[in-house]
Design a protein around this ligand. Structure first.
Ligand code: UDP
Ligand code: UDP
Length: 458
């Protein structure tokens, strides 16, 4: 029998692309051949990440002149602001003819893994007789809580303007929720997404008719929710993560140079100073006033910190950089976040709780100070703090975080008792993650089963 051939098509955002590249690496290590679809503007990032691998990359043209999307922008992190992201999801469907044309030119495909926001690929998959798995990008916990939004949405509406009012969701009566655990855009009648929500839901609903879901998580982390999903919801969720533990391609240290921030971390290591890593992902929009509070909070906390800030959010601020010169570093470039988290002096992560960041932090045994900003991040934060106990939560219930509160929480994470407990717990959970992906572990087995199941069918 020929080796399995898998087609991957990630959505055009960093958070949905990076883990799929890691999945590609896992598939190659299982002897599969891999073809990956992307758009021309996303190709450089992807081909750099996959250089030294045999993945073949095919560009599908992205539509031009879409209202609200500046020319040349083909990924959410390049949008002027995140209110435009639904338009990018909608525009992606116009890639369907290009997608199908590319499919006709490929050798037999065992299965495809396409993003949850590319639900339209299911029709093509059916037409070509290829099983489609969905890359969903989040945990079983948030999948189980969000798959049927209506009951919780009603509860959210019922709690009115009280962000802290507690309620339970019938299928998970042991957890107390508040409005604070959900994206404000989800319930806000003025939400900028409202107009587009139906289209997006349509994409997501195609998941229900697909062959299965690839989940970037491991069974032991959230067995209750994985079991719930596979018993009550379906299609089957295959937990094959954490994907960030996949063997990285060989090209890591581009041109052999050590980055200045790694040298800085090495120095902190020599000085015996623990460092807080601060990063809010590739997409979050943060107001100027909020950035100021973060600066003041970090400055007053007295901790050492490395802050990776998207250049569009970071105005030059020599005074701040001068004030924190001995113990703070600001980086305005794309970094290898995993490499930073794995540095042994990094002892805490102030994070927006994008699911990839959560997985990466756990795998690096770094406790999290959770500051969720949008989408399912509040649910991820809930999971981090209340379900697995590997972090603390910044209080975001006022929609704004003061420097005083941030300072207090940063100190607690880095120096306090609660931080100590989270640090102990994260080592345990990180150990379980490593076991899950190692030979014979639950994620290892799940990926093998999936490949065998689908390869035999073709
Ligand atoms: N990331 C990175 N370097 C950066 C910024 C982000 O490697 O400078 C990676 C990060 O490690 C993670 C992904 O980009 O794998 C971001 O995904 P996440 O789910 O954490 O957040 P999102 O960006 O989707 O909000
Ligand atoms: N960046 C990002 N996501 C990306 C690419 C870049 O968040 O996919 C951030 C990057 O960390 C940097 C800024 O956006 O802070 C500018 O990125 P780039 O160097 O690609 O410049 P651009 O072409 O956007 O002007």
């Amino acid at each position: 029998m020929a080796s399995p051939h898998v087609l991957l098509f990630p959505f055009m955002s960093k958070g949905h692309t990076i883990p799929v590249l890691q999945l590609a690496s896992l598939l190659l290590h299982r002897g599969a051949s891999v073809t990956l679809f992307t758009t021309p503007a996303n190709r450089p990032f992807i081909s750099t990440a996959l250089s030294d691998t045999t993945v073949s990359i095919i560009d599908i043209p992205f539509p031009k002149n879409i209202d609200g999307i500046p020319p040349g922008v083909e990924s959410t992190d390049k949008l002027p602001d995140m209110s435009q992201w639904p338009r990018l999801v909608i525009a992606a469907k116009l890639m369907k003819p290009g997608f199908e044309k590319a499919l006709t030119s490929l050798p037999r495909i065992s299965f495809m893994v396409t993003d949850v926001f590319l639900g339209w690929t299911l029709e093509s998959a059916q037409k070509f007789g290829i099983p489609r798995l969905v890359y969903h990008g989040t945990s079983n916990f948030s999948m189980a809580l969000s798959f049927d939004a209506s009951p919780s949405q009603q509860l959210l509406i019922d709690s009115g303007s009280d962000n802290k009012k507690l309620f339970t969701i019938p299928r998970f009566p042991w957890i107390k929720f508040s409005k604070n655990d959900f994206d404000p855009a989800f319930v806000d009648p003025e939400s900028q997404y409202k107009k587009h929500i139906e289209y997006i839901l349509e994409q997501v609903q195609a998941t229900g008719k697909s062959y299965g879901i690839i989940v970037n998580s491991f069974y032991e982390l959230e067995s209750v929710y994985a079991d719930y999903w596979n018993r009550e919801v379906k299609p089957k969720a295959w937990c094959v993560g954490p994907l960030c533990l996949a063997p990285a391609p060989q090209n890591k240290a581009e041109n052999g140079q050590t980055r200045s921030w790694i040298q800085w971390l090495d120095r902190k290591q020599e000085e015996g100073k623990p460092v807080l890593f601060v990063a809010f992902g590739s997409q979050a929009d943060i107001s100027r006033e909020q950035i100021k509070q973060i600066k003041t909070g970090l400055e007053n906390s007295g901790v050492n910190f490395l802050w990776v800030v998207r250049s569009k959010l970071a105005e030059d601020d020599d005074e701040f950089e001068y004030q924190v010169r001995d113990r703070g570093m600001l980086v305005k470039e794309w970094v290898d976040q995993r490499e930073i988290l794995e540095h042994s002096c990094v002892q805490g992560f102030l994070s927006h709780c994008g699911w990839n960041s959560v997985m990466e932090s756990i795998c690096a045994n770094v406790p999290i100070l959770a500051w969720p900003m949008m989408a399912e991040q509040p649910l991820n934060a809930k999971m981090v703090v209340e379900v697995i106990g590997v972090g603390l939560r910044v209080d975001t219930s006022d929609g704004f975080v003061s420097w005083e509160h941030l300072k207090k929480m940063v100190k607690e994470l880095m120096e306090g008792e609660m931080g100590k407990m989270a640090r102990k717990k994260v080592k345990e959970v990180g150990g379980a993650a490593a076991k899950a992906v190692a030979e014979g572990g639950s994620s290892w087995k799940a990926l093998n089963e999936l490949i065998n199941e689908l390869h035999e069918e073709t």
